[in-house]
Design a protein around this ligand. Sequence first.
Ligand code: ATP
Ligand code: MG
Length: 88
Amino acid sequence: MFRLVQESVQNAIKHAKTAEIIVNVEQASDVIHIHVRDYGIGFEPSAIGEESFGIVGMRERIELVNGSITIDSEVGKGTVVRMSIPIP
Ligand SMILES: Nc1ncnc2c1ncn2[C@@H]1O[C@H](COP(=O)(O)OP(=O)(O)OP(=O)(O)O)[C@@H](O)[C@H]1O
Ligand SMILES: [Mg+2]
């Protein structure tokens, strides 16, 4: 979870061109929800280059613990990374 938040926040710092990044962590009975949101420049997911491994790595990590991840981004509006991790 630390690595997932770290990469999401690092991406917002590195790419979003905004000073405001909101990290929200919520624990329900058997799942932890993490949202990392920024209101920066956003991006087009299909335009991700081949030298980018951060998001690929996040997907692999989430898969290992049977969690889920969605990344919603809109150019000019910002990005939100939503992750859910089950607690065994
Ligand atoms: N929060 C964000 N705001 C704007 N663009 C983003 C954001 N997160 C990711 N991106 C875009 O998606 C691309 C892929 O991100 P990814 O983390 O996979 O690679 P990277 O950050 O470029 O490199 P790496 O994580 O391997 O050091 C980025 O290069 C950037 O263009
Ligand atoms: Mg990255």
